[in-house]
Design a protein around this ligand. Structure first.
Ligand SMILES: C[S@@+](CC[C@H](N)C(=O)[O-])C[C@H]1O[C@@H](n2cnc3c(N)ncnc32)[C@H](O)[C@@H]1O
Length: 269
């Protein structure tokens, strides 16, 4: 198995852990922003890539779009399928890799990914696939955590406790830099617009924030499980320091604006 395949196996495992529904509920605002920025509307064919349990898919289906949702992690696809069935929404779900989408060229009006395709290890393949599956003149949308924001710094903190990624695999949050997006979309996009946005995290205190990510975010859960007690203690101290540095609440609670880049690009017509 190649390093990249191993990494993808690990991705499937990691994102099967914990209660992702809790995390998805807190980042739904980013899916709303992307649906609006891409002008997703009734009658369009829309693909949610690395859909998780389908925040973008659900909102697009509620707009009246015909929606396909895909994710590398079978457990996520199951979660998403249950969600859209429960809500009575007509969304087709399938397991698929953002680097190798099983759709014909030009099938969709819009392909979008919220904090999802950014995690594919070979960004040039993910970018090419996003554009390949939209029709000429169609839209590619992404929401990508920014490296200099709270979330980007949280990933960097976690990386200090984890084995390094395989050689040549860039940090996912590189997708949060406008210049990098433009470079990766070179030759694929006719136009690219990028705007900074934020998800607001609100917690009673830093302890609640620590527990939240430890219950709901697969990568945080996997990392903590891999560390001994002493290392978990150091990670927790680093996390609390990070939270304190970004917190702008003045009443003892936690309120953090976690920056992401909202990207809307068009395939040339
Ligand atoms: C933070 S979650 C975001 C999920 C969802 N888009 C949302 O907004 O809630 C990241 C997702 O990316 C998926 N993922 C990671 N690498 C992937 C890849 N190469 N292809 C498809 N999905 C991938 C994971 O399985 C996980 O569901």
């Amino acid at each position: 198995m190649t390093d990249v395949e191993q990494l993808k196996d690990q991705t499937r495992h990691v994102w099967s852990l914990g209660d992702y529904v809790k995390l998805a509920a807190r980042i739904e605002g980013a899916a709303r922003e992307l649906v609006d920025a891409c002008a997703i509307s009734a009658g369009q064919e829309v693909l949610d890539v690395a859909a998780g349990n389908g925040n973008l898919a659900v909102l697009a289906a509620r707009e009246g779009a015909a929606v396909v949702a895909s994710d590398l992690t079978p457990a996520m696809v199951e979660l998403g399928r249950m969600r859209t069935e429960t809500e009575g929404l007509d969304v087709d779900w399938l397991v698929a890799d953002a680097e190798d989408l099983p759709f014909e060229d030009g099938r969709f009006d819009c392909a979008g990914s919220v904090f999802g395709a950014m995690f594919a290890p070979r960004p040039e393949l993910a970018a090419a696939e996003l554009f390949r599956v939209v029709r000429p003149g169609g839209t590619v949308g992404m929401a990508n955590w920014m490296p200099e924001g709270f979330q980007g710094e949280m990933f960097a903190t976690m990386n200090r406790y984890a084995p390094p990624p395989p050689e040549g695999v860039p940090a996912p949050s590189e997708w949060g830099r406008e210049a990098v997006v433009r470079e990766r979309f070179e030759g694929l996009a006719g136009s690219v617009e990028a705007q900074p946005r934020s998800v607001v995290w609100r917690f009673a205190d830093a302890d609640e924030a620590w527990s939240f990510f430890g219950d709901s975010a697969g990568p945080s859960i996997a990392l903590r499980e891999s560390l001994d007690e002493e290392a978990v203690g150091r990670l927790r101290a680093d996390f609390v320091e990070l939270v304190d540095r970004w917190n702008h609440a003045s009443d003892g609670s936690v309120e953090i604006e976690a920056a992401y880049l909202l990207v809307v690009a068009r395939r040339p017509g």
